[in-house]
Design a protein around this ligand. Structure first.
Ligand SMILES: NC(=O)c1ccc[n+]([C@@H]2O[C@H](COP(=O)([O-])OP(=O)(O)OC[C@H]3O[C@@H](n4cnc5c(N)ncnc54)[C@H](O)[C@@H]3O)[C@@H](O)[C@H]2O)c1
Length: 387
């Protein structure tokens, strides 16, 4: 058997994403045995020693740190994986790039466009490999949608419609800030649903349908004040609870985006639909193995929406898993991103979305926030190159 090269991982932040990424690193060697690189879980970092020690034991990390700077200084780490809240992405990514480490960063890339710009400059001037975890691209049904769009089967695209709906912040007694509710604190998160949820919708939309040219948006804060976990005082809420925007894409199509944390009954409803001259596609995270496809060239008597169960070995990633008909889940998007990252290291290619790609998504997020604030259309200045 060909001997494998090791890619020694240092992961920072052991919450929700720390778990999904660790699972990705652990599963890849079993299911992608042909890769030339294998991840080694060298070290994990979080601030609480008790928690990080338990996490290291549970997931099989060789060691742990409680100060992320120490992890970055270590010469037995090749790649730094940032799974911390958004306010820590900037500092960690820049320090890791300057130390010559590869950087994998959770989304959104940054809180602001200015932070994102400096992060792109840091990885590019250091010449280190980088990627951002817009993981939904790597669900087989979503990757198949990309292949269908790129094949030209939909023809000219007219509409792109997407939403990401949740309901977990309706309770007005929830606090903001602190370890559990950093998403509600503008200082830690940067923005609300725009950076948290719409960033996913925007990344997928531009990957599937090209650059977004300009946007017009509205945002709303439904609960105006919440107790801040760190100060103990009632403070103004500064994140967007809900955001709706429409836009023009570079290809002339129209986009409609909606996200909220106030859609009672929806926990993580993420959908997109694309309407073209010759056909349409639609996808729903709650039924993530299915892609619905309408082909207008079908014989009229049997024409209709096909529900494609994307589990066949001919379909993206599925020859790595079970047998046709058997499903994969949410966690596989991260496993696939790890596999693609390792392959990109082996082939010395970029692993999209790179920091630069994610910076373009950040431009749209910033334009969306600014459009709502200024009550006018905003140009995004997006330069979308990620095919
Ligand atoms: N790709 C996705 O679908 C997806 C889903 C959820 C979250 N995210 C992103 O992942 C990131 C983390 O989100 P999460 O849900 O895992 O958050 P979380 O709150 O569950 O975990 C954050 C972790 O970071 C640690 N941390 C915070 N500050 C730290 C510091 N200074 N040094 C070391 N560790 C520190 C915390 O202790 C915790 O372990 C965010 O940027 C978020 O936007 C992405």
């Amino acid at each position: 058997m060909m001997s494998k090269q090791e890619l020694r991982i240092g992961l920072i932040g052991c919450g929700f994403m720390g778990r999904t990424h660790s699972n990705g690193y652990k599963r890849v060697p079993n299911f992608f045995p042909d890769l030339g690189y294998t991840p080694v879980l060298k070290a994990v970092c979080s601030r609480s020693e008790e928690k990080v020690k338990a996490f290291a034991e549970q997931w099989g990390y060789e060691s742990y740190e409680t100060d992320w700077r120490k992890l970055i200084e270590r010469d037995d780490i090749d790649a730094v994986d940032i799974c911390t809240p958004n306010n820590m992405h900037f500092e960690i990514a820049i320090a890791a790039a300057q130390a010559g480490k590869m950087v994998l960063c959770e989304k959104p890339l940054s809180r602001t466009l200015e932070e994102g710009k400096q992060m792109v400059e840091a990885v590019e001037s250091a010449g280190v490999k980088n990627t951002v975890w817009y993981n939904y691209r790597r669900l087989p049904a979503v990757t198949l949608a990309k292949q269908i769009v790129d094949s030209g089967k939909l023809g000219k695209i007219f509409h792109y419609r997407t939403n990401f709906l949740q309901d977990w912040t309706i309770n007005e007694n929830l606090p903001q800030g602190g370890r559990a509710f950093w998403r509600m604190d503008a200082e830690a998160a940067g923005s609300g649903v725009t950076g948290d949820l719409l960033a996913h919708c925007i990344d997928l939309a531009m990957w599937l349908n090209g650059g977004i040219k300009d946007v017009s948006s509205v945002t709303e804060i439904f609960v105006k004040q919440r107790m801040h976990e760190e100060t103990g005082k009632m403070e103004d809420v500064k994140i967007d609870d809900a955001c709706i925007f429409h836009c023009h894409f570079d290809n002339g199509s129209l986009g409609l985006f909606e996200s909220t944390r106030y859609a009672r009954g929806h926990k993580a409803l993420f959908t997109f639909e694309i309407n073209g001259e010759k056909g349409s596609l639609r996808w729903d995270l709650h039924d993530l193995n299915r892609l619905e496809y309408f082909d207008n060239s079908d014989e009229s008597t049997v024409r209709g929406w096909r529900s494609i169960h994307v589990t066949d070995g001919d379909q993206p990633y599925m020859n790595k898993w079970w047998v046709p008909g058997l499903s994969v889940g949410y966690e596989h998007s991260f496993i696939h991103q790890v596999a693609d990252f390792l392959e990109s290291v082996e082939k010395a290619e970029e692993c999209h979305p790179t920091f630069r790609d994610a910076y373009e998504t950040q431009k749209v997020c910033e334009a969306v926030i600014s459009s709502a604030k200024n009550r006018r259309w905003e140009d995004t200045d997006v330069e979308w190159n990620n095919k």
